[in-house]
Design a protein around this ligand. Structure first.
Ligand code: UDX
Length: 429
């Protein structure tokens, strides 16, 4: 089928590339001409495993192309996906100005029937607004349907998530649109859930908030483990073995960050309140997440007594492993907090240093993980990169002033490190 994707950010770009990979003809539209030029020249603006390769092969086969013209995209497609940013406003609500603007622009160039699909994460009832807006600006009077098709991909494994999704959610109020959407997703062999538009929009916020709730729940239990001498890994395994609960997203640590969870939870709270349904449960999820970093920094302070002028190595700056994304990264917040207390922070991340550096002017970046141990009084693991497990721990101890390890992601073998002579502190361990 012929598809266009408006917005070449994370979701738009990966979605476009994966649609092309399964055989659709895709035009990715972005109003940033520099980005379009970059993509046309074969360079990809984000680090995402596997993405560059599928973009390259699909551009070569002619199934994927890039343009800065919405008219070009809409003209050359049966279905138009909107994947533009929906950033948070200061009060936690969602800024829908990009969606509204794109809806107007699509309306201005609509000439024949098109399905307009909202892929961005939006508050419930946004689809209704998009449909009203398109009707208002649709001078040619062209037929159209609006569909909600939320995206559940995770950064760091976005291509795999998109190619092998758990489920596809299609919120459509017309059979014609639903049938076209089903055809797009047939090659992905995933269960398809057809709902009304409002329900599809809610599924996305409800799912993300539930995952964040799982993380805050296990972090709250981790605090009880610390107070009682129990082990969070065993507790999480024992709980997670129950199929109704599941082991995923029960990893205690510094808490959740990223471009989605913090923003989506705030938005869901705001949406619920606007609808007259206060959502105190999610406020507690947020409070536990914020307290998680406070509690962890207190552990470092308790061990070092004074942080001022202490050299602290930090491993990891991305908000999670396998990405260079540092948006709402807890690792960045941790570095800032340590630096604010006067510590000399030396950091390393396998992918995120370039994006992190402008946010951390007082922090020294190092080219290798091993280098953050030089003269350090403590080393903190702030992101769950697997490669940190494989560091030469036996020899690194000798580079440190005092061998203190604070594992904010519980990725290291505590027993093995203690045997090597480190003083190891994790979360709930
Ligand atoms: C999330 C959702 O998983 C995805 O479905 C949605 O489309 C976008 O938001 P993403 O933001 O890429 O994806 O990251 P995710 O893997 O969910 O992790 C979010 C945060 O939670 C990270 O900071 C991660 O470190 C943290 N996390 C995750 C935990 O602290 N413990 C866990 O058990 C899992």
């Amino acid at each position: 089928m012929r598809l266009s994707i408006i917005g070449s950010g994370y979701v738009g770009l990966v979605t476009g590339a994966c649609f092309a990979e399964v055989g659709h003809h895709v035009v990715c539209v972005d109003n940033d001409s520099e980005k379009v030029r970059m993509l046309r020249s074969g360079r990809v603006p984000i680090y995402e495993p596997g993405l560059e390769e599928i973009i390259r092969t699909n551009v070569a086969t002619g199934r994927l192309r890039f343009t800065d013209s919405i008219e070009d995209g809409v003209e050359d497609s049966e279905v138009v996906f909107i994947a533009v940013p929906t950033p948070p406003l200061p009060d936690g609500k969602v800024d829908l100005t990009y969606i509204e603007k794109v809806a107007r622009e699509i309306a201005g160039v609509l000439r024949g029937y098109r399905v307009i699909v909202d892929k961005s994460t939006v508050p419930v009832k946004t689809g209704e607004k998009v449909a009203e807006t398109i009707s208002r600006y649709n001078r040619a009077g062209a037929e159209f349907d609006v569909v909600s098709n939320p995206e559940f991909l995770r950064e760091g494994c976005a291509v795999a998530d998109l190619m092998r999704p758990d489920r596809i959610v299609i919120g459509a109020n017309s059979d014609r649109a639903a049938a076209l959407m089903k055809r797009i997703y047939e090659p992905f062999h995933a269960p398809i859930y057809i709902t009304d538009i409002n329900s599809a929009e809610l599924i996305k916020h409800a799912a993300n908030s539930f995952l964040a709730l799982k993380i805050s729940y296990i972090n709250a239990v981790a605090a009880i483990c610390e107070a009682s001498g129990a082990h969070i890994d065993d507790v999480a395994d024992g709980m997670g073995a129950d199929k109704r609960i599941g082991r995923d997203f029960l990893n205690a640590g510094l808490g959740y960050g990223g471009s989605c969870f913090p923003k989506d939870i705030k938005a869901f709270i705001a949406i619920a309140e606007e609808l007259g349904v206060p959502f105190g449960l999610l406020r507690e999820v947020e409070a536990i997440n914020a307290a998680q970093l406070d509690r962890f920094i207190k552990k470092i302070r308790d061990a070092l007594w004074v942080l001022k002028e202490k050299r602290i190595g930090v491993l990891g700056l991305a908000f999670k492993a396998n990405t260079d994304d540092v948006r709402s990264s807890t690792a960045i917040a941790l570095c800032k907090r340590l630096a604010d207390e006067g510590a000399r922070v030396v950091a390393y991340d396998p992918q995120a240093m370039a994006k992190a550096a402008p946010e951390l002017p007082g922090v020294e970046m190092r080219g290798r993980a091993e280098d953050v141990f030089d003269g350090a009084e403590a080393v903190v693991i702030a992101t769950e990169w697997k490669e940190f497990r494989a560091l030469p721990w036996a020899s690194l101890k000798g580079q440190m002033v005092t061998p203190l390890i604070f594992d904010g992601r519980n990725i290291l073998d505590a027993g093995a490190l203690r045997q090597l002579g480190y003083r190891y502190t994790g979360v709930g361990r």
